[in-house]
Design a protein around this ligand. Sequence first.
Ligand code: HEC
Length: 173
Amino acid sequence: MTRLMVFLGVLTAFVLGLVLFSYKSLPVSNAKFDLHKTEEAYEKRTELIHELTAPKEKVAEVEVEVKEYAPVVDLNTPELVKGHKLYNQCISCHGKGGEGKASQKAPFIGGQFDWYIEKQLTDMKAGVRSNPVMNPILKGLSPQDMKDLAAYVSRLPWKKLVEGAAPAAAAAQ
Ligand code: HEC
């Protein structure tokens, strides 16, 4: 009986030893408990929060002159009528014919594909494309407004209106 007890004791000790040994060889991940890393991540996040919540630099607001003018596009659909009206806000920078204005760094947009114009306006409003100078105007535009504007602008014949103006010449001013 004692022999059996001793045998069982040794066996248990052996099995326990094996179990403990296999525990040791388990891979231990300390990443979660790395205080230094956690601190760094915390600092980075705090910085980001500061950056995001810091008061925004004020963008110089440009006077937008709104003037009625004779339409240069055949306003034969309600969309074009609306587009023409909305385009009043754009003239000070992009010109009556969509010819652009180098002094404002505003590109010519007349005759551009309507889908491209609509996409740029949508992207700029959503902040996907950054354009601070147009932001105040974009804020007031609905998706339908942008469609109407795009339809109107795509028909602007600026090359015919601006005599002899080539894109390069207009940009060089
Ligand atoms: C204060 C001046 C200003 C006004 C007003 C303005 N824009 Fe712009 N617009 C710009 C500038 C500057 C850019 C070029 C932005 C850039 O460099 O990305 C631009 C870019 C664009 C583009 C992109 C052109 C391209 O080739 O990618 C479109 C489209 C556009 N404007 C349409 C309009 C429409 C439509 C309005 C009126 C609702 C308008 N803009 C009013 C200054 C203006």
